[in-house]
Design a binder for this molecule. Structure first.
Ligand code: GLV
Ligand code: MG
Length: 321
């Protein structure tokens, strides 16, 4: 399997939009989130799920989602809703949909089942085969234990998503504030979970996304929790309120300083490894020794910075003597 992200769509901020609420479906189109996911699961009451499917079809077909990754979150396979969620929305609006998000994934078979259903719908409808991706939510102990198999289950997979609320309930973590550290534990209670998801994602070329922070009136709390997964290498985080969008976009983009530095490393390394630079394998950039591994690290940051629309503010000048 490749170790690079093969279909990277921007996902720094992934906005949850209840599928049953036409006002939110309208408003979401105007917000600066990289991704929107139109929700048929937990943000949608059982009595209105049927109606919400049709509202989502309409919003996808007639709305202006330019520049956004468009995702449908269906109900999980233990309910009786999943197949109709997929069939109604993908048949009705599949050409305007980028991914289907599957919640509470427990094993690889659940991903394969969704993959097969999507394939049948694509064939029936004459849609491009395999274009619609899958996002898998890891939000139980079972899901985490099977995360490597899940990550390998389908070519359609694009992301693994940590679902902290359901996860905390699944393991009995003693905190009711989603994403916050449980009182009484002296270290980071999420480190193992986040790293395990990140490793499974990266070893299969997938993005890793952090789930929601429910204290929507606490920007400092959001920044702290988002900063934790961003620091590890996660690609983005869910946002539940318009106020969290700008923060997520910033936290999951490199700083201007890091971006400039990464561009300098690429230029310097290219020059030193060329004839003009004497075909050197490693060289000094200021006080820093750079080599092929530095180039790989810089490439990641440069890719993120360019995707975020940053412009470099420094120029590499080769040494004269
Ligand atoms: C998201 O679905 C969560 O359970 O945190
Ligand atoms: Mg959940």
């Amino acid at each position: 399997m490749s170790s690079t992200v093969h279909r990277p769509r921007p996902r720094r901020s992934c906005l949850a939009v209840p599928g049953s609420n036409p006002r939110f479906l309208e408003k979401a189109q105007t917000l600066a989130a990289d991704q929107v996911f139109l929700d048929l699961e937990d943000a949608c009451a059982p009595a209105v799920k049927e109606k919400a499917r049709h509202l989502i079809v309409d919003a996808l077909n007639t709305g202006d989602w330019t520049g956004k990754t468009r995702v449908l979150r269906v109900n999980d396979w233990t309910t009786h809703w999943t197949y109709r969620d997929v069939v109604t929305v993908v048949e009705g609006a599949g050409q305007h949909l980028d991914c289907v998000m599957l919640p509470k994934v427990r094993d690889a078979a659940q991903i394969k089942a969704l993959d097969m259903l999507l394939t049948q719908i694509e064939r029936t409808m004459g849609f491009e085969a395999g274009r619609i991706g899958i996002e898998a939510q890891i939000e139980s102990a079972e899901g985490l234990v099977a995360v490597e198999d899940i990550a390998a289950a389908s070519q359609r997979l694009e992301t693994l998503i940590f679902g902290p609320a359901d996860f905390m309930a699944s393991i009995g973590m003693k905190s009711l504030v989603v994403g916050e550290q449980p009182p009484g534990y002296p270290a980071d209670a999420y480190h193992h979970i986040l790293m395990r998801i990140l490793m499974a994602a990266r070893s299969h070329g997938l993005q890793a996304i952090d789930g929601p922070y429910l204290q929507i009136r606490d920007p400092a709390g959001f920044a702290e929790v988002a900063g934790r997964s961003a620091a590890l290498g996660f690609d983005g985080k869910w946002v539940l309120h318009p106020d969290q969008i700008a923060a997520a976009n910033e936290i999951f983009s490199p700083s201007q300083e890091d971006y400039d530095h990464a561009e300098m490393i690429l230029d310097a390394y290219a020059w030193y490894t060329s004839q003009a630079g004497g075909f050197k394998g490693s060289a000094m950039l200021g006080d820093e020794m750079i080599d092929e591994a530095s180039r790989k690290m810089a490439l990641v940051v440069v890719g993120q910075g360019r995707a975020a629309g940053l412009r470099r503010t420094t120029v590499f000048t080769p040494p004269t003597a």
